[in-house]
Ligand binder design. Structure first.
Ligand code: SF4
Length: 228
């Protein structure tokens, strides 16, 4: 059974262009400084609801919701994810997923069942552990970016940015790495303090200046900045 940390019954912001229920998978093995869902990180926390509860809820929402999004925590850490995604598809919903790409092997198994995936890219791949606290995490993320691109599944890559998290040089390096891999759709998300355990100072105003945004915009077919 999927280990669940919570559910949002209807969201208009977790799967672009769709109304979706969001299932939050419990557990994550990275420790990003800016995590907005610290309560979802411990694997040992008991589920707040059962998978059967989720299926019963979705059964009552057929025809009313477009999709179900698996989020977290990190969905790809759970072996049961593939079965859960199949069950949701069988009910007639589209399926989206948010991932940090920490398990490329499970991602490979679940990608053919997904309609959309949003992957967080956290830093230049060689500097990932400065954000995640886990050595080698950048290699997993690079592998996952490649798998998503190769899959042909609709997707977006996005990065949470703040001048205290990522230097300006690192931001440009990361964008260069993604453009070199032929990423076409890239979003910068300004850091939001809400839900984050660690307070950050105000972002330096020159960090996302006009020149930087223009430079990044030229590197990707679709590029945008999501304001905090
Ligand atoms: S990968 Fe996501 S869920 Fe895990 S610590 Fe980082 S931000 Fe939080």
């Amino acid at each position: 059974m999927l280990h669940i940390g919570g559910m949002t019954p209807c969201s208009a912001s977790d799967y672009p262009g769709h109304f979706a229920a969001v299932v939050f998978c419990q557990g994550c093995s990275w420790r990003c400084t800016y995590c907005h869902n610290p309560h979802l990180l411990p694997v040992s926390e008991p589920s707040t609801m059962t998978w059967d509860d989720v299926l019963r809820f979705l059964g009552r929402r057929q025809g009313l919701l477009d999709a179900v999004v698996f989020s977290g925590g990190e969905p790809t850490l759970q072996r049961e994810l593939v079965y859960a995604v199949r069950a949701v598809r069988d009910l007639g919903f589209k399926v989206g997923m948010h991932t940090a790409g920490m398990s490329p092997e499970r991602l490979r198994d679940v990608l053919p069942l997904l309609d959309w995936v949003g992957m967080d890219v956290k830093a230049p791949f060689d500097e990932y552990d400065l954000i995640t606290g886990v050595a080698g995490s950048g290699n997993k993320a690079r592998d996952s970016v490649r798998r998503i691109l190769d899959s042909g599944v609709d997707h977006e890559f996005r990065t949470t940015v703040h001048s205290a998290l990522l230097s300006h040089e690192a931001l440009l390096t990361m964008a260069d790495e993604l453009a070199t891999m032929d990423v076409q759709h890239y979003v910068l998300q300004e850091f939001r303090q809400q839900g984050c355990a660690q307070p950050l100072p105000a972002m330096r105003p020159e960090y996302l200046c006009h020149d930087t945004v223009e430079r990044l915009g030229r590197q990707f077919r679709r590029f945008s900045v999501r304001e905090a």
